[in-house]
Every structure is written in structure tokens, then in C-alpha cells.
Design a protein. Sequence first.
Length: 577
Amino acid sequence: MVVLGLSNMRDAAAALVVDGRIVAAAEEERFVRQKHVTALPVQAIHYCLGEAGLSLCDVEAIAVPWKYWQVGRRLGLALTAMMRSTHLFRVKGRRSLERASQEWKELFRLRHELTTRVEPGACRPVFLDHHLCHAASSFLVSSFDRAAILVVDGASEADTTLLAEGEGTRITVLDRIPLPHSLGQFYAAMTAFLGFRPDQDEYIVMGLASSGEPTFAPALRREIVRTIPDGRFELNTRLLDFHLARAGYFVEEFVQLFGPPRRASDEITQRHRDLAASAQLVLEDSLLHLGRRLRSLTRASSLCLAGGVAYNCVANSRLRAELGFDHVYVPPAAGDSGAALGAALWWTVRRGPETRRPLLPDAYLGPQYDESACRAALSKAGLVAEHVPDDRLCERVASELAHGRLVFWYQGRMEWGPRALGNRSLLADPRREDMRELINSKVKHREAFRPFAPSVPAERAEEFFQVPAPSPFMQFTVQVNASAKGLLPAVTHVDGTARVQTVTREANPRFYDLLTSFGRLTGVPVLLNTSFNVQEPIVCSPEEAVRCFLRTRVDWLVLGNLLVGRPAPAQPRHHEG
Ligand SMILES: [Fe+2]
């Protein structure tokens, strides 16, 4: 059975599952070059179909991870808001109504849009429960026969949290927590309060949290997020409403408790760090509260996480350490793009003849480009490349890295999910104290406190990090071993942790070889690995890779086997006479 999953809401994406096998998946933002884009994922659909050599008329089911008609609760909340204040209605009510009408339109227009904007012959889409699709995106590709499943995001059609149990190909709902009680929206509102973009910059708050003290946590627990019996929690939207926070508005009572909101251009002070630490701690404690209930309900030994909150790798690590589960799994695309793949998988196991669950051994599900496409992109930019044969490539690049050079590393299929995992990466030597500043000055221009992540061959990980389990998708933070802290300053966060990626030869042979080559030269088979982009979505095509390279001062660009050095700056002309 051929099932196309697609999400046309925020983080639009498409995924193709053929006879129970995941053939392709990609986020639309990579093609249209706009982060978190909300759109019909036309280009991602074309890519997925092209990867399988299929047309839209070959697709037997189009699965969408939203039941658009279940928006009644959101509308009810908008009406309640209207009754409370006209200001609240202006922000929250209007947004809810706009979104509801947009969703209704999508419901009726999707097939027509597919036919006119992709190809004729689209079958009628099926609309699936959003949180069940998140749950499927994690449990169905995990290695567990049976597991507890926790989904936490901003909001689905009407809920914010799902507790479920997976067994075989079945997923049973145990409990749901409805709007407006949302941990995702709480953290997003705190992100806005701290002067960052809600629904986008939560990872910045998470990074900031480790340099603060959670001095505001008691007040947040008392006034904003209260845990209540049965593993549940309540959010006081009278004091902290996500919709108002999006508009930059905070009620007087909240400002009295926590001080004035930070504007994006304001300096980051200790109060901001303490607020970030407090929000992070309250989020973690609430998740633990949910997790304990889930564990007692299921008695399962494994846990699957999904939903946008599962990108909080610090919280994931606490859940793994403190809930008593033997294994915790987080898929590479835990957020709403991942729900597109979850929808395709969920429909496959519910309606298809396949009884086996698909595997997701790695995250390399996106497009790849051959050498001629890479050469064409380079020659268009007037760049000269050297072809380095397979047996010399990794040694050569490792040697450049060991000499402190920065390398844009572009190989094979693009990663699924927001992390660069060794195919669209910027790589550097993690042993250099000044490497963070060097990257920030030459490439990224991002907040100095934000950590960079390390990649390491899986079997060497324990020499440097306290890794209780493989971490192929960078979804957990772990302690750096005391003996390695001085060794890896550029990837060790202020709290002594690192968001490590463990790499196996099977998952990514070339990246694995590069890591081991670097290890042979330096004794440390660890590389700093950050994404190949500069304030844009991660690069997808060779043209974007070349453009990004030329916009920065990175020393080398490696496109497959093609090695490109930084062009010499134009010599100033000498005028005579
Ligand atoms: Fe979601």
C-alpha cells in the first residue's frame, strides 16, 4: 500500500510509506527556504513521489495529521476569552477564529489543492487524530514491542497532552489533557517573555536555563503551572496566556511577580537566566509528574516521547534518568513535521495488509544530489573543486579539521527533522577553547551561551560521555566525563553536559569514517557538529550549500567527493600615476 502523509500546517512536511517501508520524508521549509513554513508541502510531496518513482494517482491513501473539524473546544475558549476582556478577545479570539476558518477551508479544499498544485488524480485525504499521529511517529518506529507513550506539544485539535500505550501495531489512549492547560504553550509564553520568538526559540531558553538559578520556580508553580493529582496539571491563563504573550502583552500581576518582559534587543541579565532556569525546571517537574502517572498506568519498561516538547533534550534526559524506564525513544522529527510521517505510518498499520512495523534506523530520508549536480552548482558560482577519491577524502578533511579549519560537510541524503546529523553539517575541532567564538564570528552570529553538539562513533562514546544508551538523533543531553571536560571545551555546555550524537558505520559510513580519521590524527574521535545554515533552514540542494559557503568565512566546502577551498579575496587594484 502506498500512503502519503502530509501536514500543511506549521512545520509543513510530507512523508511516503510504501508497503510498510519509509521511502522518503522531508520538511517543506528546506525547499521553500522559510523556517517552520505553513503551506501545502508541494515540493516535499514532489520529492517524496519522485524518490519512489510514483505519481500522485499511484497513492492509495493521503493521511493528514489533523482532524480539522474538531476545533469546537478552541472556539469555546475564544468565546470565553471574549467574555473576559475585549483585549483578550482581540488577540486570542481573533486568532482562534482565523485559524479555525483556515482549517475548515483546508478540510474542504485539500484534495482540490493537491489536484491543481501537485498533480491530478489525488485520492480523498483521510484526517487523523493529531496526537495519535505523533504517538505513531515515535512508537511505531521504535524497537519496542510494548511501550508507554507520552505526547506533549502546544496543542492538537483540542488537547495538549496524550498518555497512551503501544503494543504491536496498536496504540491505546489512556488519557488526554485539554486546552488551555498546555506545557508547550507555557514554555512558548515564557520564551516570548524572555524576548525570544515563541514556537521557535524554545531551545534558546533551554540553553540559557543552565546558567541560571531556578529562583522563580516556586512562584511559577504556585501561580502559573500547578500539578494536581492523577498526574495532571493546570495552567493559570488568567496570569500567563500564550496568545497574549505572542502579542508581547503580559498582565500586570505577572509583571509584578516576575519583573518586566525582556525586549529582543535588551541585554540578557541574571534575572532572565533565572527565569529561564525556573521555566525549565517547572516544565521538567510537570513532565515527570505526567511520566510517573503513565508509568503506573502502563507498567511498561520503555517510553516513547513525541510532540514539540520532546525537542527539549534536557527534559528528555531527566525523564530517562528519573522515571525508571529501561529505554526512552525520541524520533528525529518529534514535532509537527514528524506527525506527517506518523499519519502515514498510522494509516499503514491500521488499513494496510502489512503486520510488521517499519524501521527508522537513521534519519537520512531527504533528497540527495549526484556529483554532476554538485559540479553544476560550483561552476555556476565560478568555484573550482578538487575531486578526492573515497579512500583519501576522510583523511584529508580530518587533517584540515585538526588544523582548526571549519568545514561545511554536505553528503548523501538530507536529514529528517531539525538536526544536522552528518550530511548537512558544519564541522569543527571540539578541542579548541576558542572554537565557539570562531564559529560565531565566521558563520553563525548566534548567542554566545548556546552550546554546540558533539558527534562520536557509538563504540567510543563512553570514553568521553556518560551515555546510558545510543543517541543517534541528538535528543538527549549527557554529562561529559570529568576526564574529557578539558579535552572538549567547544562542545561542553556550562553545566558540564553535551547534546551528543552517537554514530554507527551502518547509519552513516562516511561520517563514521571521518570521525575515526579525526580520532587517528588527534586521539579524539569527536567532532563539533552544527547545522549547515546561517539564519535560514538547513541547506537542501548543492546550490544552497554553495550560496551559504560564499556568505560565510568557512574554510572548506565538501560536496560529496568534491573539495572546495575558500576563494582568495579579490586583490585591491593599484593605481599608478
Ligand atoms: Fe503537534
